[in-house]
Write a protein of this length. Structure first.
Length: 555
């Protein structure tokens, strides 16, 4: 895990002090809200329905037990006892008083955390595979590269006021668990035939009003050219991206307008004009970043014996067996596993975690996972280094904290934005829809019979829950002051990412849970066998059978 040095702390300290002065002037009405807006956004501060919302950066989703304890303290002292894990691996506080925001930022600084560039028209938090460094299918660990991008992009003066927000994701494995095709820049770290490390570069992806999958702009970019090439992409975007219409300002619009070949030509021209030895990635700098992500000091474990002992526990405890099947993931080191702590307990808002749970997760991390935790784009938390022999005890203790719901990857593992209960931008309340659907999945046997299904709910067209890439996506829309919900089907993320297709007319809120039941009935009836996924079944039979089941035979 990366550790701040004195230089990092000085940058963040200076920024906090600067924003404290700006906040003071705003509270004294010495600066207008219009002038204050871009300043507060680049420091992670939103003004929402009930109170300011502060978004805290969790770089590439990696957080320490010490930092978790500080988040728990902030939740108790300044908020209403909880925080929220976002789909970009960050954390949000929804109830901090305006007068206390900079005090909270100072509290974050104490544990090497900040809220810089978690909002605004700048380079946001680089997201990453939550199983980076431990996945068996990984070729290159992307975390050192994410850290280098973080250092380079933080308070970068040239890219502080882009046409629109800018998001980067990186993965280094065969499976794309970072959804790189859905980002402004997506990076797949890999090795070429000669064993040289580089990146396949995607550009122009994004969701929102116009969902678009990114396109490959470079099949193989040598690792030493990574920052220079990212800079070239950003310069072309900064130069030509629209600033007259925020709905047409994202890089995906520019790439579509120019065409990928023309856009690529401009990037390559910029790259060739500006590349120099001084801007290539220094091997010493890369080595410095890599040392923070060295493998922990694992115990030597007899993997076969550990598996045998685990199987014995599995036979004795069916509920434990179910949790193992859904919440425990393979590890590249024999005798270890990664564990997802579910933030999707029945009746709870997806992604919310209480202050007592934060303290408990910090404790679990210290006892079972080398004091390290990951946040995921699915709004859960992950302990990346758990011995197989510790799994039963961890299950018992996480169940006591309501963190062991065995639904990871299922239709009950709902990804959901806070919606109109909190957000000023939202058209509808998404949390009640999530709760109503969750109640249909109280029967775990039926839920697991359905298999792996992704379900995401966005409260407005901004698509913060990424509903377009869900097998079943739900989008809230306002119709003359009433809440309706549009359903999309067949989306998926990963190597074969797809944008979902609109099923039909939007439905009133009370009709949505029954519609989801109907869609799942069609899937179960029509799938070739339980191994056929929902999006593959949808691709094979088309949307008409689903549409007829929801709307009737005449539709």
């Amino acid at each position: 895990m990366y550790q701040y040095d004195d230089y990092d702390r000085q940058i963040v300290s200076d920024r906090v002090a600067q924003f404290k002065d700006q906040m003071g002037r705003r509270l004294r009405d010495e600066i207008s809200e219009e002038a204050f807006l871009p300043l507060r956004l680049q420091n992670g501060l939103y003004i929402q329905k009930h109170a300011p919302m502060l978004r805290v950066a969790i770089p590439y989703g990696v957080i320490s037990s010490r930092q978790l304890r500080q988040l728990a303290h902030i939740a108790r002292r300044y908020d209403q006892g909880y925080c929220h894990v976002t789909t970009r691996q960050n954390v949000q506080f929804n109830w901090i008083a305006m007068e206390q925001v900079t005090e909270v930022q100072e509290q974050l600084l104490e544990v090497d955390m900040h809220a810089i560039q978690t909002s605004g028209n700048c380079i946001r938090n680089t997201t990453c595979d939550p199983f980076a460094g431990i996945a068996a299918d990984e070729v290159v660990d992307p975390r050192p590269y994410c850290e280098i991008i973080r250092q380079w992009s933080t308070v970068h003066p040239e890219f502080a006021f882009l046409p629109r927000k800018f998001k980067i994701a990186a993965v280094g494995a065969a499976e794309d668990r970072a959804a790189i095709q859905l980002h402004d820049i997506g990076l797949r770290l890999l090795k070429n035939a000669a064993g040289k490390i580089g990146a396949q570069v995607w550009v122009g992806g994004g969701l929102g009003r116009t969902p678009v999958l990114g396109k490959v702009i470079r099949e193989f970019l040598p690792q030493e050219e990574l920052l220079a090439y990212i800079k070239s992409i950003l310069r072309v975007y900064n130069r030509h991206g629209r600033r007259d219409n925020k709905y047409k300002a994202r890089i995906k619009i520019l790439v579509n307008a120019l065409g990928i070949e023309s856009f690529k030509e401009q990037v390559e021209e910029e790259f060739n004009q500006t590349r120099s030895a001084s801007y290539l990635l220094d091997p010493a700098e890369l080595a410095h970043a890599q040392q923070f992500f060295a493998m922990p000091n694992y115990e030597h474990i007899n993997g076969l014996q550990a598996e045998a002992d685990l199987n014995a526990q599995r036979r004795l405890h069916p509920l434990f067996a179910r949790w193992l099947e859904h919440n425990v993931h393979p590890h590249r080191v024999s005798g270890y596993a990664a564990v997802t702590l579910s933030l999707k307990a029945l009746g709870k808002a997806p992604g919310d975690i209480q202050q007592a749970q934060l303290d408990a997760v910090a404790d679990f991390a210290e006892r079972f996972s080398f004091a390290e935790v990951r946040t995921s784009q699915q709004q859960n938390m992950i302990l990346p280094h758990v011995k197989l022999s510790d799994l039963y005890l961890l299950w018992l203790e996480s169940a006591n904290q309501d963190l062991a719901t065995p639904t990871v990857g299922s239709a009950a593992d709902i990804v959901c934005c806070p919606g109109a209960d909190f957000c000023n931008l939202a058209s509808t309340r998404s949390l009640p829809i999530s709760a109503a659907i969750q109640k249909r999945f109280e029967d775990f046997e039926h839920l697991h019979f359905l298999g792996q299904i992704s379900l995401r709910i966005s409260g407005c067209i901004n698509a913060c829950a990424h509903h377009h890439i869900a097998n079943i996506g739900i989008l809230g829309v306002d119709k003359n002051g009433e809440e309706f919900f549009q359903i999309t089907l067949g989306g998926q993320s990963g190597v074969d990412s797809r944008i979902g297709k609109v099923l039909g007319p939007s439905l009133p809120a009370d009709a949505v849970p029954d519609a989801i039941d109907s869609l799942l009935q069609v899937y179960v009836q029509q799938r070739l066998d339980p191994s056929e996924t929902f999006p593959d079944c949808f691709l094979r039979i088309g949307k008409q059978p689903f549409k007829e089941q929801v709307y009737g035979q005449n539709n």
